[in-house]
Design a protein around this ligand. Structure first.
Ligand code: KIV
Length: 264
């Protein structure tokens, strides 16, 4: 059954955890969907883990649409969420709605995600009014890496924590159907989760959020440049792939492949 924003809300109300992973193409979307994960985020993290870029800032709307289309083709049940890339919503409300609408209209997404605190509330409201479900994202917001001075845990001071609590409420009131909390202390995430009627999805925000999200390349051991403390690696596909490719090379060089069974 297709996962909808109503299912997100229901899971929170019933105390059942929401599961979410990123995916950026058809084969991985198929696997994540088959595993019954609730939602797939086509994250702008693809800039780093797929495109090999230094950070998420350069990825474009057209590239996000291209990847979201591939993911949508691979999914039967999971909710597909397109991630609004840097500068696709910063300049105006019109821009925000038009670009969010592209994820829905062109790429088959069911919702969009937007980074930012109270400053993006008007945009969240406008997108929601345009019938686009919006997942907000506060705490460590990687598009703000230069302002934040690096990938640092947020909300550590009393003042910063208070501001995040307020931001969460403002974004909920603006119409967000859920909220990502990235890299904030577990106690603060627990408080925000308790305060809100919409579900929170944590990444580096402890165990008390209504759901969890991770980058699939981190989960499967496909991205090695750096591994944040909050990542748990459940497989090491890089090693498996390397082993398989080395064996293929050896068998070709020794004339062992193709065998009779692979020949006509
Ligand atoms: O881009 C992304 O993958 C994200 C998640 C890490 C939340 O924003």
């Amino acid at each position: 059954m297709k996962v909808t924003i109503n299912d997100f809300l229901k899971k929170k109300q019933e105390g059942r955890k929401i599961t979410m992973l990123t995916a950026y193409d058809y084969p991985f979307a198929q696997i994540v969907d088959e595993a019954d994960i609730d939602a797939i985020l086509v994250g702008d993290s693809l800039a780093m883990v797929v495109q090999g870029l230094e950070n998420t800032l350069p990825v474009t709307m057209d590239e996000m649409i291209y990847h979201t289309k591939m993911v949508s083709r691979g999914v039967k049940n999971a909710m597909v969420i397109g991630d609004m890339p840097y500068l696709s919503y910063h300049l105006s409300i019109d821009d925000a709605v038009r670009n969010a609408g592209r994820f829905i209209k062109e790429a088959g997404a069911h919702a969009v995600k937007i980074e930012g605190s109270r400053e993006v509330a008007e945009k969240v409201e406008a997108m929601t009014k345009a019938e686009i479900p919006v997942m907000a994202h506060i705490g460590l917001t990687p598009q703000a890496i230069h302002r934040m001075g690096g990938y640092k845990v947020q909300g550590r001071t009393e003042e910063a924590a208070k501001r995040l609590v307020e931001d969460a409420k403002i974004l909920q009131d603006a119409g967000a159907f859920s909220l990502i909390l990235e890299a904030i202390p577990a106690g603060l995430a627990a408080q925000i989760t308790k305060d809100l009627s919409i579900p929170t999805i944590g990444i580096g925000a402890g165990p008390h959020c209504d759901g969890q999200v991770l980058v699939i390349h981190d989960v499967l051991g496909l991205f090695e440049r750096f591994v944040p403390k909050f990542v748990k690696r459940y497989a090491n596909l890089k090693d498996d792939a390397l082993k398989a490719i080395k064996q293929y090379k050896e068998e070709v060089e020794k004339g062992l492949f193709p065998g009779k069974e692979h020949s006509f």
